[in-house]
Design a protein around this ligand. Structure first.
Ligand code: SAH
Length: 273
């Protein structure tokens, strides 16, 4: 390889907390800033969704788990944030490593707020979010000119852990050609019913991508009508994608299971349930 241009690597100073996105799983999807952070950290505080292979990139650091283990409830968000404050005050370089992007349904914002309110300096390193990169690994473009000019990212859980009753599913159903749902397995039946009631077609294509970008990645292609039963068959983590962009998988499944060279009619919205 020829010489690469120099990169101004930021120095990880003691007493700082870096909130870093680990991407959806494949270590190759880490950013250069994430790699730089992993190489300098004294301690890595990581979540359940962080692939173990990624921790191996920080062999010098202490690895602290901050997620759910063995069916026990996860530590309170407040406890995690205060632990980060404590570690920073001990003069450590604290890498808070979160799955995907820290600011996408990952509570990175809340942790950042607590750190800032305690006077701890922070840096944010964005990551590839599962709802974009995970779909790409399944051969599904999150936007495509023939399909959608908007995409809506929603969470299937609210703060109480129940279906997001706060969301206006009718408005989402009408406004967004493509809907990408994080944490949607548990309430898939409620969500599918709400979208159908709001006029989405029962035959609308749906993909469920589990463990995206890891060696365990699996993809189920189904329809909105069958989403509840298919969702019940799989374990999290899963991204649910609802929309005609799912059909592009027939051509773009580059991991190579169901390639079909036949041209697609993506604009055909006339079919009914
Ligand atoms: N900050 C993360 C999302 C955290 S919420 C991000 O930007 O990707 C946790 C949810 O993300 C999971 O329940 C699942 O819906 C989704 N998710 C994260 N990693 C995933 C993966 N490898 N495969 C499928 N879904 C994933």
């Amino acid at each position: 390889m020829s010489a690469l241009p120099p990169l101004d690597w930021p120095e990880f100073l003691p007493g700082w907390v870096w909130l870093v996105g680990a991407g959806p799983g494949d270590p190759g999807l880490l950013t250069l800033h994430a790699l730089n952070a992993l190489r300098q950290a004294d301690v890595v505080v990581y979540d359940a969704l962080v692939e173990p292979a990624i921790l191996a990139w920080a062999p010098q650091a202490e690895h602290l788990y901050a997620g759910k283990r063995g069916g026990k409830p996860s530590p309170l968000q407040r406890d995690i944030s205060l632990r980060l404050v404590e570690l920073a005050r001990q003069g450590k370089r604290v890498l808070r490593l979160k799955g995907g992007d820290p600011f996408v349904f990952g509570r990175g914002g809340e942790e950042g707020q607590t750190l800032v309110s305690h006077g701890i300096p922070i840096r944010i390193v964005p990551g590839i979010s599962a709802g974009i990169g995970g779909l790409a690994y399944a051969g599904i473009p999150v936007t495509h000119r023939d399909v959608n000019q908007s995409v809506t990212f929603v969470t299937g859980h609210d703060q109480t852990g129940s279906a997001p009753s706060a969301l206006d599913w009718g408005a989402i159903a009408r406004a967004s050609e493509v809907i990408v749902i994080y944490m949607g397995l548990k309430h898939a039946a409620t969500i599918a019913a709400a979208l159908l009631a709001a006029g989405r077609s029962a035959s609308e294509p749906v993909a469920i991508v589990t463990d995206a970008t890891t060696p365990r990645q699996a993809v189920i292609e189904t329809t909105l009508a069958h989403l509840p039963e298919e969702a019940a068959r799989v374990e999290p983590p899963a991204i649910i994608c609802i929309g005609r962009n799912v059909l592009l998988r027939q051509a773009l499944d580059w991991q190579g299971t169901t390639r079909d060279p036949a041209p697609l009619n993506l604009r055909d919205r006339s079919e009914s349930a």
